[in-house]
Design a protein around this ligand. Structure first.
Ligand code: GDP
Ligand code: MN
Length: 396
């Protein structure tokens, strides 16, 4: 589950990570109130107005603006709230902005100019260890840094039994070229950040930029926080931060029905039981010259009600030109699934895309008979290749 920048910053702050202070606002007038309050606390009259959407690259898309007085806060907040923000990380249509973060301007010039670093905490999947990835090249796309100047990206791997050790935090500060007060600040920042990551069961923290202010404070100016959805049951407070407006509406609905559904760009809908078989089925569709329209794992209990729910979800996608049902009857009997498919088909009435059903496992032969004798526009298949050929035939 992804958090908004302001939610991520609040989470970090609660673990002692220094952040650029800010207040979220839903309207231009709330933005002005927020700016007044921040000025009372911080003394600065300059503020940044930051669109809150679940996508990065907002600066480039015009979703981060600097205001030097309250009138500009009002104007800019009014412009940004309600806009469709297009960034390198959104679709072409962009994302609607519902709220902005009003934050203190922390880029005040001084004897030392402010400096931006990159820092993330994530799981290294090749060895199962958390790591901190960081770079002197903050504020830019890390992908670009990795491409052009990979030697400027450092990593620190953490032993799960020992946690982040003090010498590792010091090495981070050293590699970032810090000294004096900023060095100490950075070691505290890194330690608090790592604690926050572990304690909140996060799967990604990306702080870009981490800022060294001209008075040597180290703080998070941005935050991208992804929490492990499977651990949310033990973080009720964090689970409440979910913003469904930011998610794909079909995926939200499927989730509420207990279906494991991921929307994709292709034209062949698929309904499968088991994630592994679903992946194999998507490969099969590709080989047959199609493109999967979704990933859908209906789980172990593929009864009529579930099959019907899954059909409805798949058909919400207007790109679907055919549906491939590939179910292995291990726990569930194939004839029950077949009956479910037939019942759902009849109940829904207006399915006008061809359906190919492959049922294998317990009672597969009875299932095939049921499908073949149903009189419906449903093609049955027993073998994987046969299913692929039939998909190919209906697409061409
Ligand atoms: P992103 O574009 O979605 O990654 O959003 P960020 O929160 O990283 O902001 C984009 C850029 O805005 C940063 O890299 C900074 O250069 C700039 N920015 C953010 N906060 C401030 C601020 O307080 N003052 C000034 N002058 N610039 C800021
Ligand atoms: Mn950023």
């Amino acid at each position: 589950m992804n958090l908004h920048e302001y939610q991520g910053k609040e989470l970090l702050s609660s673990f002692g990570v220094r952040i650029q202070r800010g207040i979220v606002a839903q309207s231009a007038s709330e933005a002005v109130e927020a700016a007044k309050k921040l000025t009372e606390e911080t003394g600065t009259g300059w503020h940044v107005i930051k669109a809150q959407i679940h996508a990065g690259g907002r600066g480039k898309g015009g979703g981060v603006k600097l205001a030097k007085n309250l009138q500009e806060v009002e104007e800019l907040a009014g412009q940004i709230i309600g806009m469709n923000l297009v960034t390198p990380q959104t679709s072409k249509e962009g994302k609607k902005v519902h709220q902005v973060l009003i934050a203190e301007d922390v880029y005040y010039p001084g004897d030392n100019e402010p400096e931006e670093y990159y820092m993330s905490v994530l799981l290294n999947r090749s060895n199962g260890r958390n790591m901190i990835m960081y770079s002197t090249e903050g504020g830019m796309d890390i992908e670009q840094v990795a491409e052009e100047t990979p030697h400027l990206i450092f990593t620190e791997e953490i032993d799960p039994a020992l946690g982040l050790l003090p010498f590792q935090a010091r090495r981070v500060a050293f590699n970032l070229g810090l000294s004096g007060a900023a060095f100490k600040e950075m070691t505290k920042f890194v330690s608090a950040l790592y604690t926050a990551y572990v304690k909140s069961d996060a799967s990604l923290f990306e702080i870009n930029p981490v800022l060294k202010t001209s008075d040597d404070k180290i703080m998070a100016v941005d935050s991208k926080v992804t929490l492990d959805g499977n651990a949310l049951f033990r973080h009720k407070d964090l689970a409440e931060l979910r913003d469904k407006r930011e998610e794909n509406p079909i995926e939200v609905e499927a989730g509420e029905l207990g279906l494991n559904y991921v929307d994709l760009d292709g034209n062949v809908g698929c309904m499968v039981n088991g994630a592994g078989l679903a992946m194999a089925t998507m490969d099969l569709i590709k080989q047959a010259g199609g493109d999967p329209a979704n990933f859908l794992d209906v789980g172990g209990t593929a009864d009529a009600a579930r099959v019907e729910a899954a059909f409805k979800i798949i058909l919400k996608d207007p790109n679907v030109k055919a549906i491939l049902i590939n179910i292995f009857g291990g726990i569930v009997r194939c004839d029950r699934v077949a009956q479910g498919v037939i019942d759902a088909y009849k109940n829904m009435g207006n399915i006008n895309v061809p359906i190919i059903v492959r049922l294998q496992g317990t009672n597969a032969d009875i299932a095939k008979e049921l499908i073949d004798n149903s009189g419906l526009d449903v093609l049955s298949a027993t073998e994987f290749q046969e299913a692929a050929d039939k998909v190919q035939a209906v697409l061409s």
